[in-house]
Design a protein around this ligand. Structure first.
Ligand SMILES: [Mn+2]
Length: 347
């Protein structure tokens, strides 16, 4: 049985709304489902597994119509979906009643139930959220039946508010594959038939690195999993080390060269190190250089402590330096430089 596993598509999300690349990001989120469908067709998948948060919020009729259209493009795969904490079901939600297609199975029960595919000898188990929060560890005591069928579990959660998961219990549950959703960072459990596909597109700037989905094959004797980076762009952290001799022009040049390395990336820039006391970092000017989502200036002023001591022997600044002079642990060093920043500004 071949499958594609894609969780947390969050259709309808508009990351970075208001930034110049906000519309492009919203477009990329909307394009994720068609890309997943294409992957299903290319890999000849039997099942498309969507373990929750297909939608970013309660889907409207128009969202469901679009999804149904995309699912209609599947050549072979049948789809199994559970609702997550973002798109949780309620008695009257259109999601629960909308016909997404004969080959699309939304598991609507709040307790574990399953969909059986005789032609694939495969049973897919899952439950749907009916609220934002579920604190019970609903997956920890599950055991896959031993009846000669392949058993797949769709599970959404993994933090204290959203079905806490004991991965060691889950690993021993006997399922032939556990398709996990909710955590947006992809995570494959080495040697185990269990993975978070992560979200196919990064959804905020903390979602650093590659995003995509998984495909795999389960036979009962063997198991394989493959990663597909399908996201249209990725957030990348660029750490730039500043030295006392570094100038603002040099920082600008280094950011520009980072932007050119992979022009589709969105950069989170971190400035670290020691800067000359006269160096002023104009964050707004640097942010306007290109696709920069955030700029954090963690540099510290490089003080000439001996010169400062000579000039300030009898005042607060001198006393402050002397108080830290013989300590060389990182915390004291931090306190010394942060404190000096404030004192010198006040002086
Ligand atoms: Mn979720």
């Amino acid at each position: 049985m071949k499958f594609v596993h894609a969780a947390d598509l969050h259709i309808g999300a508009t990351p970075e709304a208001g930034r110049p690349w906000g519309r492009e990001r919203a477009g990329a989120v909307a394009l994720a489902l068609p890309k997943v469908i294409e992957l299903c067709n290319e890999t000849d998948a039997d099942l498309l597994l969507i373990p929750g948060d297909l939608f970013d919020r309660q889907p409207l009729r128009k969202d469901l119509r679009e999804a149904a259209y995309n699912f209609s493009r599947l050549k072979k795969a049948q789809v199994v979906i559970i609702a997550g904490n973002h798109d949780f079901l309620s008695e009257d939600s259109p999601y629960a009643s909308f016909d997404l297609g004969k080959h699309v199975h939304l598991i609507k029960t709040a307790n574990l139930s399953s969909v059986w595919f005789p032609e694939l000898n495969t049973e897919v188990h899952g439950l749907s959220y009916y609220s934002h929060v579920i604190r019970q560890p609903l997956y920890d005591r599950l055991r896959a039946p031993r009846d000669g069928r392949l058993h797949i579990l769709l599970a959404h959660g993994g933090d204290a508010e959203h079905i806490p998961v004991s991965y060691s219990h889950l690993a021993e549950s006997g399922f032939d594959y556990v398709a996990l959703g909710h955590i947006h960072q992809p995570r494959v459990f080495k040697g185990l038939p269990m993975a978070y596909s992560g979200s196919p597109e990064p959804l905020d700037r903390t979602d650093l690195g590659q995003r995509g989905c998984l495909s795999g094959e389960v036979t009962g004797e063997s198991f394989s999993l493959q990663w597909h980076p399908i996201a249209s762009s990725q957030y990348r952290e660029a750490a730039i080390t500043v030295r006392p001799e570094t100038t603002e022009s040099e920082i600008r040049e280094r950011i520009i060269s980072e932007l050119r390395t992979r022009p589709l990336d969105l950069l989170c820039v971190r400035l670290t190190g020691r800067r000359d006391p006269s160096l002023q970092i104009d964050a707004d000017a640097l942010l306007s250089l290109g696709r920069i989502c955030s700029l954090s200036d963690e540099t510290k002023v490089d003080y000439d402590l001996d010169a400062l001591l000579r000039d300030h022997r009898d005042d607060m600044i001198g006393k402050y330096i002397l108080a830290f002079k013989d300590r060389d642990d990182p915390l004291s060093e931090k306190a010394l430089y942060y404190g000096l920043d404030e004192l010198v500004k006040g002086d």
